[in-house]
Design a protein. Structure first.
Length: 368
């Protein structure tokens, strides 16, 4: 693995269709794509000479023109509760963060889709760090590839990473062209073979791309809601000025469609004195009355630049009881990895803000 730029084709960038096209260009049969997917993603290999069902001539040809290049692990932190966070250094010197959360028979990997985030949600540490660029497909998939290797995953043993959530740094639907091939690799039986029910994409609500995702790929959808009124959500999630709550909920209904997809998960960060009253809970019940939904209540995780406080356990429980009393499936998310800044909303990495955030938001139609 190297952080140097290279003229070789990084095969982590290619999903099945990309690999088929690559081998066709080489004059090879399409089935080579399945073989490469298994060697790279199931066995975690990066040396072509170890891929024993490929001919020696093909292995040599791949060595000359291709590579499997992943980011360098800059830091590897383990929390007291077993949560593990990797700081990955990219070719350009930027860093992203990836978190593994073990719980019972489930192991969830939280992956990033951008270096930083342009959306500037007021309660999120990532948004306060600026924005540099989108991640490539290789840089997204490499988070799963690196984590599997670091965790000692055995393709013939039990799966360690059972779930993947796009809830790390960035807004995945603003990097759609790179996120979609990464998801397809996660779902591909010859790569990671994860069920679509166990791959969750979280969005602040980029409505046109929610509709496009519905047509292109089936995954579980989570929506960062956090408020029931547009005025408050405008403050918490500035993207709401472009795509207000009513339009967002319409998109969620379209995504669920005829019921082939599961309910949409709505994420709701609990902020003391801001959105955590019993009246807010009742408003949320009313808002989601005709949406196939479940709600994740997320205790706010403070960070140095933040201006909010976490709702008390009593306030969260009162809020939860209102939702449960209306038969709205509700889970209070546990705070995990707080001692290594790996909890929800705390990922910041080391981002050099090389773009004009105001200009980028303006292109999205969001005033600042």
């Amino acid at each position: 693995m190297t952080t140097e730029t290279s003229s070789k084709t990084n095969l982590l960038n290619l999903d099945r269709d990309g690999l088929v096209a690559y081998f066709t260009q080489l004059g090879e049969k399409p089935f080579r794509a399945s073989q490469l997917l298994q060697w790279i993603h199931q066995y975690g290999l990066e040396r072509f000479e170890e891929m024993t069902n490929l001919s020696k001539a093909l292995r040599e040809r791949l060595s000359r023109g291709a590579e499997i290049r992943s980011p360098e692990i800059a830091e590897d932190q383990l929390a007291a509760d077993g949560t593990r966070k990797w700081l990955l250094r990219l070719d350009d010197g930027n860093c992203i963060e990836t978190v593994f959360i073990p719980e019972g028979d489930r192991g969830t990997l939280c992956v990033s889709s951008q270096v930083g985030c342009v959306l500037n949600c007021s309660f999120c540490a990532t948004g306060h760090q600026g924005f540099s660029r989108n991640l490539s497909t290789a840089e997204i998939v490499a988070q799963l590839w690196v984590a599997n290797r670091a965790l000692g995953s055995d393709p013939k043993g039990e799966r360690i990473i059972t779930n993947v959530v796009f809830m790390g740094m960035g807004e995945p639907l603003l990097n759609y062209d790179n996120v979609l091939p990464a998801i397809r690799l996660m779902l591909d039986d010859h790569a990671y073979g994860i069920s679509w029910r166990r791959v969750t994409l979280s969005t602040a609500g980029v409505i046109p791309m929610i509709d496009r995702l519905r047509e292109d790929c089936t995954v579980s959808l989570a929506v960062s809601l956090h408020a029931t009124r547009d005025a408050l959500r405008d403050e918490l999630v500035p993207l709401n000025r472009k795509y207000p709550i009513a339009e967002l909920l319409d998109a969620c209904r379209r995504y669920v469609g005829d019921g082939t997809r599961r309910r949409v998960t709505f994420e709701y960060t609990m902020l003391e004195g801001v959105n955590d009253s019993v009246e807010d809970a009742r408003a949320l019940v009313h808002l989601l009355a005709d949406v196939p939904a479940k709600v994740n209540l997320i205790p706010f995780n403070p960070f140095p630049q933040g201006r909010y406080r976490r709702s008390s356990p009593e306030a969260i429980e009162r809020f939860r009881e209102v939702l449960r009393g209306s038969d709205l499936t509700t889970i209070t998310r546990k705070t995990r990895g707080d001692d290594i800044d790996a909890a929800c909303g705390q990922l910041a990495g080391r981002v050099t803000d090389r773009t004009a955030r105001r200009a980028r938001l303006a292109r999205l139609g969001i005033s600042t």
